[in-house]
Design a protein around this ligand. Structure first.
Ligand code: HEM
Length: 208
């Protein structure tokens, strides 16, 4: 088995563990006194962790020169969307019982729900255009431009978390620091690309 396939298989199995853990706990009375809260928190945490993991692939592959790692980014991003969908479904199904009116009121009124909802909505076009076919259809440049939305999604997700906690800000701050480092890395790369002197064309062979 080649190393990309092996890594993809390991990541695939590992990314299903949080879901298996939830299902196991649900069948063994392990979700605590407030199961909806437990599921919401677990799926929310994993959505954010996987978004940040997706963002860490580019620096990781450049720093380690393991360029094949790009091959796992799409799968991790899709798992982020998967857990984000479970998180949103928990809210609309278990919390709001599909009461669209109640949900709309909540999205408009509670600012942490507004930003969480925006973060999730921005993930949808990214998931829908994650295929090689979409890259061909949109063209590499447009596809890249669209997929920069992941930065906004990540920022909104950290704001969502910061605004929803009542007292202990430690966890959202930790996520914020990780995101800050990942964004700073990109700014650094962008600045160094911009300040690089233009490549000097090689002289023609028989010029004097
Ligand atoms: C990319 C999208 C999203 C991410 C990354 C995200 C992330 C999170 C995180 C990390 C938590 C806290 C988990 C913890 O306390 O350990 C959370 C809680 C929560 N999220 Fe999200 N979320 C997203 C979208 C949404 C959406 C679309 C909704 C609903 C419209 C939503 C509703 C909630 C609610 C109700 C809570 C629990 C609040 C509380 O305990 O008081 N989230 N989310």
């Amino acid at each position: 088995m080649n190393r990309l396939l092996l890594t993809k298989t390991i990541i695939f199995l590992a990314a299903l563990v949080p879901l298996e853990r939830l299902v196991w706990k649900a069948f063994h009375d392990g979700l605590g006194a407030n199961p909806i809260e437990f599921i919401t928190h677990s799926t929310g945490d994993w959505t954010l962790i996987l978004i940040l993991t997706t963002l860490s692939i580019t620096p990781l592959r450049r720093i380690t020169r393991q360029y094949w790692l790009i091959g796992v980014r799409r799968m991790i991003g899709l798992f982020a969307f998967f857990y984000g969908t479970l998180h949103f479904l928990t809210y609309i199904w278990l919390d709001k019982f599909f009461d669209v009116h109640e949900m709309m009121k909540d999205i408009a009124k509670r600012r942490f729900i507004t930003v969480g909802f925006s973060a999730f909505v921005l993930l949808i076009p990214l998931a829908l255009t994650s295929t090689a076919w979409s890259i061909r259809r949109l063209g590499g440049k447009n596809w890249q431009r669209l997929h920069r939305l992941i930065y906004l999604t990540a920022v909104l997700a950290v704001i969502h978390y910061t605004w929803l906690v009542k007292a202990d800000l430690r966890k959202p701050i930790e996520y914020g620091i990780v995101l800050g480092i990942l964004l700073l890395y990109r700014v650094g790369v962008w600045l160094s690309d911009k300040t690089k002197p233009p490549a000097i064309p090689a002289p023609a062979r028989n010029s004097l």
